[in-house]
Design a protein around this ligand. Structure first.
Ligand code: AMP
Length: 611
């Protein structure tokens, strides 16, 4: 059996790991980074870009660059969440054929699992390049609070990426595995996982190599991106009151502002104040250039996000309640997810649990490491770890009046199965329709629709005489399946599934084939050629617009000198890296060069600024 990799498919970044001679190890990408942006873009020529290269061109190709696809995976078209996301992203979302969400890029429609598969494929390639072998099996992680549709869609993404998904495991559970594996612990741990797009809390009992989740709760629409959005709104408001210009109306300016806000947020984790500096962010009147230069203090930032942190703590309280355990019984708190680097988050979690969070897990790497441990354990003959997880949300069916009756309660250990007897209500009734829902709402519409199942060809008989037992199962991946049998004859009953939002087997096969073909075409491509080509294009454009930039800057001589000198130094560095075929140098220069180009473009776009 080949190596089984563990992939943390994150909202903003993804990470891949494997177990090397018994030691869980993160695999760096070619640029040496241990995480890779979960971003996919299509260029004008139809070329697919994934990861860092996609992120770098996001500002200038915003409409065809998909970030945070994880927020959309497994969601239904028309839902509130999707409408909210559609209104806030620069790429175009469209309804898919299965009532799912698709994205239109360069005139082609992609299902969201297809986009996620491209990120997974990149992680697979990173592992293959490092291990020098084909990788065909993976364990992929999902937020604990993901429902069946979201899990199913993530599994489909893995299949489309050309991998057998051995298991889908929950991110906090994976982090706990990374923390406890091989240490012979006897502890109750709480895993507080605040990532780019989702929040999860899981409480686990760890005994040696047995990891048993006793409760989980979360919000699959709460994460670092919301923190960024608060800062974007705040900066934009300040800019509006000063200049009367709404930066949200200009996609390039908005993208620059978003990136600057995220950077400021991250810097505020170590600094007491930061300056957000965005030269030429907008123009006014006859093309007068407007710059943003605001100082944001950590205290200001904290006041903007305090309620978001409080929201996570309420969810922690709920998880403790459901588990029926006291805060005091928790021996260790693990912080996972990049957003837990914000000191205020750490402080409030510490205050809530009354203990200092453990520093033993790496917030960006623990989840992938745990997935690798699970994958390795499944591949080896003797199971090294036992994982017992729970279902995060209740499973129910719709009953008369549009209400829900619960079949499997949330926080039930999985895998699990429960039977439910359906009886015919009419004479010679041959069909029964079952609507399956997930969530805690009393009314059907307050829950996630998982699917409609029709029991066909029932035995004819007087009403009430035909009883069908429907078995609802949730497997170890948290994925739901349904089967049914006639209780009298014992015969298996046919079930037709409709209204599922996922892809069909045929669609998955087709997409997997397309991915394979794409890979064959691009594998021959060389990383250095690819990157240096992009760098040369940027150098050309900078050269071309330089005279207009100079002209635009005539009104601010000192600033002009500073900007142009910095740009020239950068150009020289970039040229040297390309000429000396220095891959690391090309990687290092890419981002600053893109920023300079974006600044130049902002300036010249406005007709050359102050004339
Ligand atoms: P994850 O999904 O775990 O990769 O977390 C990504 C989120 O963590 C993003 O919203 C990042 O902006 C955020 N993040 C990363 N580094 C930091 C940092 N140093 N301080 C605050 N937030 C961070």
């Amino acid at each position: 059996m080949g190596t089984v990799i563990g992939i943390d498919l994150g909202t903003t970044f993804s990470c891949v790991a494997y177990v090397k001679e018994g030691v869980p190890t993160v695999i760096p990408n070619k640029g040496g980074y241990k995480t890779t942006p979960s971003i996919v873009a299509y260029t004008e020529s139809g070329k697919r870009l994934v990861g860092h290269v996609a992120k770098r061109q996001a500002i200038t190709n915003a409409e065809h660059t998909v970030f945070a696809a994880k927020r959309l995976i497994g969601r239904r078209w028309g839902s509130d969440v999707v409408e909210r996301i559609a209104a806030s992203v620069p790429y175009k979302l469209v309804a898919g054929p299965n009532n799912d969400v698709c994205v239109e890029l360069r005139g082609r429609v992609y299902a969201i699992p297809e986009i996620s598969s491209q990120v997974l494929q990149e992680m697979k390639l990173i592992a293959e390049a490092h291990l020098n072998e084909n990788v065909t099996q993976a364990v992929i992680t999902v937020p604990a609070y993901f429902n069946d549709n979201q899990r199913q869609a993530t599994r489909d993404a893995g299949t489309i990426a050309g991998m057998e998904v051995l298991r889908i495991i929950n991110e906090p559970t994976a982090a706990a595995l990374a923390y406890g594996f091989g240490k012979g612990l006897n502890k109750r741990a709480a895993v507080y996982d605040l990532g780019g797009g989702t929040f999860d809390i899981s409480i686990l009992d760890i005994k040696g190599e047995d990891f048993k989740v006793i409760a989980t709760a979360g919000d699959s629409f709460l994460g670092g991106e919301d923190f960024d959005a608060r800062l974007v709104d705040y900066l934009n408001q300040r800019f509006m009151s000063e200049h009367g210009t709404d930066l949200k109306k200009d996609p390039i300016a908005l993208q620059r502002l978003k990136e600057a806000a995220e950077k400021a947020k991250c810097d505020l984790s170590t600094l007491a104040e930061v300056e957000v500096s965005l030269p030429f962010i907008a123009t006014k009147g006859k093309g007068e250039a407007l710059h943003m230069r605001y100082v944001v203090t950590r205290a200001e930032f904290e006041s903007l996000v305090e309620d978001l942190i409080d929201k996570t703590l309420k969810i922690c309280q709920k998880a403790l309640q459901v588990a029926g355990v006291l805060k005091a019984s928790v021996n260790d708190v693990l912080l996972v997810g990049g957003q837990t680097r914000t000191p205020r988050v750490q402080f409030k979690v510490k205050e809530f649990f009354g203990i200092e969070p453990s520093k033993r897990v790496h917030p960006d790497e623990a989840v992938a490491l745990g997935a690798a441990i699970q994958g390795h354990s499944m591949a080896s003959r003797k199971a090294e770890v036992t994982l017992l997880d729970v279902t995060p949300q209740s499973l129910g069916i719709m009953i008369a009046g549009g209400y829900v009756t619960t079949i499997i309660e949330k926080n039930t250990a999985v895998p699990t199965r429960r039977g439910h007897i359906f009886t015919t209500v009419k004479d010679n009734q041959t069909q029964v329709k079952i609507i399956i829902l997930q969530g805690e709402g009393e009314k059907a519409e307050e829950n996630e629709l998982l699917g409609e199942f029709i029991l066909d060809g029932l035995r004819e008989g007087p009403r009430g005489s035909v009883e069908i037992e429907v078995i609802f199962s949730i497997d170890a991946d948290g994925i739901v399946s349904v089967s049914a049998r006639d209780t009298k004859t014992g015969l298996q009953q046919a079930i037709t599934v409709t209204a599922r939002s996922g892809l069909t087997d045929e669609e998955i096969r087709r997409m997997a084939e397309e991915n394979r073909d794409y890979l064959l075409e691009t594998k021959s491509g060389d990383e250095f050629d690819r990157l240096s080509h992009g760098v040369c294009e940027m150098l050309d454009e900078i050269e071309k617009v330089r005279p207009s930039v100079e002209k635009a800057l005539t009104g601010d001589k000192e600033f002009a000198k500073d900007v142009l000198t910095k740009a020239d130094t950068l150009k020289a560095r970039a040229k040297k890296a390309v000429e000396s075929k220095d891959l690391d140098g090309v990687i290092a220069v890419n981002e600053p060069l893109q920023r300079t180009l974006n600044m130049f473009r902002s300036l010249t776009k406005g007709g050359g600024g102050k004339q």
